[in-house]
Design a protein around this ligand. Structure first.
Ligand code: NAD
Length: 324
């Protein structure tokens, strides 16, 4: 019988929303998974199910500092970074550092181990776009010195240094530009629209909508996102690829949809629009369809139902604790 050594993968940001779902997926696929996280926005409960498994190891470490992992590595997924505006506005320097120094450290590790590396970029590299939908060929409209610049520019630098390692050192690199993704394990109070709306509905509070709510977003369910990332890692395409769901909706309509699914009254409260908030977000996923044969399978309604069910299973005290 063939005795194949399992592939070893390092996943940074492992205790976060996407990182933890990626750990689950790679474990299911038979990989040896090494999770790394400094827990600034993550939660060990997201990966508690993995600690008992011999295929899983965890390092509590800040990847903006030198990163060392003993033994061979086949792949690296760099997902460590504050990702919600509330988090990166609170931690602007850490955000810039993890996108720049952190990415540099992981590219160095990938070179040393001869591993393939995939970095998590974002639709925020398109800033407040002047084109819609946004294709990978669009260079974006980012305010580098606005408050969101710390995240957007960190990710733009991340893409640039990743391509530089590919061209200068022949490193096997992959870049995914992730559009708004949602699902179980997002922090209830991390300020992102869907968990915020669900939490407010569960607390019987009015839903807070930025501006008049006419800005649009396109929400991708987490299992679709993970599948897109999995395929991108295993593709041979080194340039950025959009992964997201092109089903665009206004923020106000999304809030109304959630209230309807939760059978709550439509109580909305309009608050000031944050500085440089993008007016439109919709991925062009032609490239992902062509190269990865990938497109989302889960509708927003199905995804919202699964996400709402997850939050409904959380103890009321936790829902009511706004520090969580
Ligand atoms: P998250 O906040 O849930 O997870 C990020 C994780 O990274 C956390 O566990 C945090 O503790 C960890 N981390 C942050 N800085 C670190 C450091 N210096 N060293 C080690 N660990 C560190 O966010 P998420 O939504 O899971 O996002 C994961 C990645 O995907 C991020 O890089 C983000 O930019 C990208 N992304 C996410 C979305 C989305 O919709 N969720 C969209 C675009 C891009």
């Amino acid at each position: 019988m063939e005795n194949k050594t399992p592939k070893r993968i390092l996943i940074t940001g492992a205790a976060g929303f996407l990182g933890s779902h990626l750990c689950d997926r790679f474990i299911q696929e038979g990989y040896q998974v090494i999770g790394m996280d400094n827990l600034i926005t993550g939660d060990l409960r997201n990966i508690s199910q993995l600690f008992k498994l011999p295929q899983f190891e965890f390092y509590h470490h800040d990847v903006s500092k030198f990163v060392h992992v003993p033994g061979a590595l086949d792949y690296i997924l760099h997902f460590a970074s504050p990702a919600s505006p509330v988090d990166y506005l609170r931690m602007p320097i850490q955000t810039l550092k993890v996108g720049s120094l952190g990415t540099h450290n992981l590219l160095g590790l990938a070179s040393a181990k001869k591993a393939r590396i995939l970095v998590a970029s974002t639709s925020e590299v398109y800033g407040d776009p002047t084109e819609s939908p946004q294709a990978e060929s669009y260079w974006g409209n980012v305010n580098p010195v606005g408050p969101r610049g710390v995240y957007d520019e960190a990710k733009r630098f991340q893409e640039a240094i990743t391509m530089a390692y590919h061209h200068a050192h022949g490193l096997e690199t992959r870049i995914v530009r992730i559009f708004n993704t949602f699902g179980p394990r997002m922090r209830l109070n991390d300020g992102r629209a869907i968990p915020t709306f669900i939490a407010q509905a569960l607390r019987n509070e009015p839903i807070s909508i930025f501006g008049d709510g006419s800005q649009t977003r396109s929400f991708c369910y987490v299992t679709d996102q993970v599948e897109g990332i999995f395929r991108a890692l295993h593709s041979d395409y080194p340039y950025p690829i959009n992964i997201g769901n092109p089903d665009e909706i206004t923020v106000k309509a999304c809030a109304q949809e959630i209230l309807q699914l939760m059978d709550r009254p439509a109580l909305l409260q309009f608050v000031d629009l944050p500085v440089d908030d993008p007016k439109q977000r919709r991925p062009d996923i032609s490239l992902a369809k062509e190269i990865l044969q990938w497109e989302p399978q889960v509708s927003r309604e199905e995804g919202l139902k699964m996400t709402i069910a997850h939050y409904q299973s959380i103890p009321v005290e936790e829902i009511n604790n706004k520090d969580f």
